[in-house]
Design a protein around this ligand. Structure first.
Ligand SMILES: [Cu+2]
Length: 261
């Protein structure tokens, strides 16, 4: 009986925790709907990789079945070895070239897309300084040179209660990640992107920064720490709210640093 109660409790908690898991859809290959243009790049790479892998798998399975059916040992023939084909240069070149071509194609698209989604130009109108700490986040937003009052949070069990980062839709945003304690990882599943936050990395290191361009999908999205960083790691939740530009302008007006908060 206590075991059944524990199981029921576990199920209840598991369901309660699932509220920040974005809906995954088969048509997107089980990824959540993306809210940045960079997320679109990731979604395309993901789809392409699956199509290539499934096509390769289909060819291999057809060849296996074909060989199994058409090259069975025949009862009528004597038990002797079939002709042994060795050192067949054309076939061995083919065995080597086809995998090389496949790996090169995967490599090309992966390198092209990772370069595209990690490129930092530095001209984003909205810049966010993200400071991770055990166990929450502090966001300091600078818009066209004006710095807003920082938003800092505490460990929570529902991302709606965590610190909220407000960003405009259809806008380029630059993130600069830093931490004073241990390694964290900044993850907004709807960005289809995460980046480790590592202590001791100098401010001018480009690895601290990444840029996104938000799509016109106003809503509140869950964010979390994706690197086990201590006892309250699972409660290091936050949210990103995408709002239309007019609403963002109002937000700026009421959250300027120095104004009453
Ligand atoms: Cu963390």
């Amino acid at each position: 009986m206590p075991r059944a109660a524990a199981l029921a409790l576990l199920l209840a908690t598991a369901t309660a925790c699932a509220n920040d898991v974005p809906e995954a859809d088969w048509s997107r290959g089980l990824l959540p709907d993306h809210v940045t243009t960079e997320g679109g790049v990731v979604q395309n790479l993901w789809n392409g990789a699956w199509i290539a892998a499934l096509a390769t798998g289909a060819v291999v399975i057809v060849l296996i079945v074909w060989a199994a059916i058409f090259h069975r040992k025949r009862k009528t023939t004597k038990a002797e070895l079939p002709p042994q084909v060795r050192y067949n240069l054309p076939i061995e070149i083919l065995y080597t070239l086809i995998p090389l071509v496949m790996v090169s194609v995967f490599f090309f698209f992966t390198a092209r897309d990772s370069e595209a989604i990690t490129r930092v130009v530095g001209d984003a109108p909205v810049k966010v300084k993200v400071e991770a700490f055990q166990w929450s986040w502090r966001f300091t937003t600078t818009v066209n040179g004006k710095t807003l009052a920082p938003v800092a949070g505490m460990p929570v069990s529902d991302y709606h209660q965590g610190p909220q980062l407000v960003l405009p839709v259809n806008s380029k945003v630059e993130f600069d990640l830093s931490t004073e304690d241990v390694i964290h990882s900044f993850w907004v599943p709807a960005f289809l992107f995460k980046r480790d936050v590592i202590p001791g990395i100098r401010e001018d290191n480009p690895g601290r920064k990444f840029e996104i361009t938000t799509l016109n999908k106003p809503d509140v999205y869950a964010g979390r720490c994706a690197e086990l960083c201590g006892v309250d790691h699972s409660r290091m939740l936050f949210s990103v709210k995408l709002v239309p530009q007019a609403e963002f302008d109002q937000y700026i007006a009421t959250h300027q640093a120095g104004s009453a908060q």
